[in-house]
Design a protein around this ligand. Structure first.
Ligand code: NAP
Length: 349
């Protein structure tokens, strides 16, 4: 199969670098075009980028020129990991010009006609993209993936919501520093510290969770009928968001039933054998002290959500811990899986 050429907006950032790394040997897509800010445009990627991924920078990427974020010469499919200060307008310009924009940024996630997707959870919401084209009268489209904290939460909630219904969710996060982009927080702010504030994060998690678990009806998403309360904290971990979650379900269940629902979770990317799909989207750890970032963040190449410590909760009904890789499953890997689903479902023909 001839590979589809792809571009990356914001290629020099933390998430952009993950895209470059994950796409290096991709069987369907090949990186041919890169763009970033005026600071980087005009340089080769190798020169412009302060590479922070452990695997070496792919040679082919190092030699590509970095462009300004202007549509025209970019391939039809572009991934976006632009700073949210500029992503809103730039992504719109690209979609208007006929590009399919698969974005990580928060700007368009809650637009009524923009799919906010986790392919294991709500692949049917992709249908919004066709309506978007018609309603906005543009040839391209924008498809988004959720906030990096919402992904692990929703991956773990979806099997419970489908099996038992959801009434209430409380989530307290311990979020990695890579989630703040590069160079991120000053050392003196985070070393030996926990910061109980991440601007806008709690609101994003609360609203995105209800859209992701909502039902598509008459061309719109009806938000999930449950309440979510999020507490978000920054901790001195490099990659991997850990979440302490409590839930109240709508029908009776036992701890074993929750474990069973997670283990039996059967989803579209696995059925379609998408190249980036984890074999087991949810991994249940039985040890009393797992998941831990140190051991579990790389599970299934960073694409699985790892859960454990499920037990009764005296306030709601059950509580457990979930872990998800924020720059892989929470960002570049999520967008890549979205694009693979789109290719498999005929959205890139
Ligand atoms: P980052 O490391 O700060 O990278 C930002 C990128 O945007 C860089 O390529 C930068 O180019 C480019 N950029 C900045 N200002 C620009 C401008 N005026 N015009 C054009 N390009 C500009 O941020 P990140 O962590 O990769 O995050 C990227 C996006 O993904 C953000 O919207 C973020 O909220 C979202 N996200 C991040 C994570 C995560 O875990 N990090 C997870 C989910 C979603 P230069 O290098 O040339 O400045």
């Amino acid at each position: 199969m001839k590979k589809l050429e792809v571009g990356i907006l914001g290629a020099t950032g933390m998430v952009g670098q993950r895209f470059i790394s994950l796409l290096e040997h991709h069987p369907w897509f090949e990186v041919k075009w890169l763009a970033a800010s005026e600071r980087s445009a005009g340089k080769n990627y190798g020169e412009a980028c302060n590479w922070r991924v452990r695997d070496p920078m792919p040679k082919a990427a190092a030699e590509l020129p970095v462009n300004e974020c202007k549509p025209g010469k970019a391939p039809q499919l572009v991934f976006s990991s632009l700073d949210s200060k500029v992503a809103g307008e730039v992504e719109k310009e690209f979609a208007q010009a006929g590009h399919v924009v698969v974005s990580n940024s928060s700007n368009h996630r809650m637009d009524a006609d923009v799919p906010l997707l986790i392919p294991e959870v709500n692949p049917d919401h992709l249908a919004l993209a066709r309506l978007q084209r018609v309603e906005r009268k543009w040839k391209g489209m924008i498809v988004t993936n959720p906030n990096c904290t919402a992904v692990g939460l929703v991956m773990s909630l979806a099997p419970l919501e489908r099996a038992f219904g959801l009434e209430k969710v409380m989530m307290t996060s311990m979020q990695a520093v890579s989630g703040a982009g590069y160079p991120g927080l000053p050392t003196l702010d985070i070393i030996g510290n926990v910061i109980p504030f991440i601007g806008g994060e709690e609101e994003k998690v609360e609203r995105e969770t209800r859209k992701l678990l909502g039902r598509l009806k008459d061309g719109r998403v009806e938000l999930g009928n449950f309440v979510v309360s999020a507490h978000c904290n920054r901790v001195l971990v490099e990659d991997g968001h850990t979440e302490s979650i409590s839930v109240a379900l709508r029908s009776a269940a036992k701890v074993e039933d929750l474990i069973d629902a997670w283990r039996k979770w059967h989803a579209r990317p696995q059925e379609l054998h998408l190249p980036s799909a984890p074999k087991h989207p949810i991994i249940v750890r039985e040890e009393r002290d797992r998941p831990q970032v140190k051991f579990d963040v790389g599970s299934e190449n960073g694409m699985a959500t790892v859960v454990g410590r499920v037990r009764p909760c005296p306030v709601l009904q059950f509580k457990y811990t979930a872990l998800s890789h924020n720059t892989v499953r929470g960002a570049a890997g999520a967008a890549l899986l979205n694009a693979e689903l789109m290719k498999a479902e005929g959205y890139l023909d």
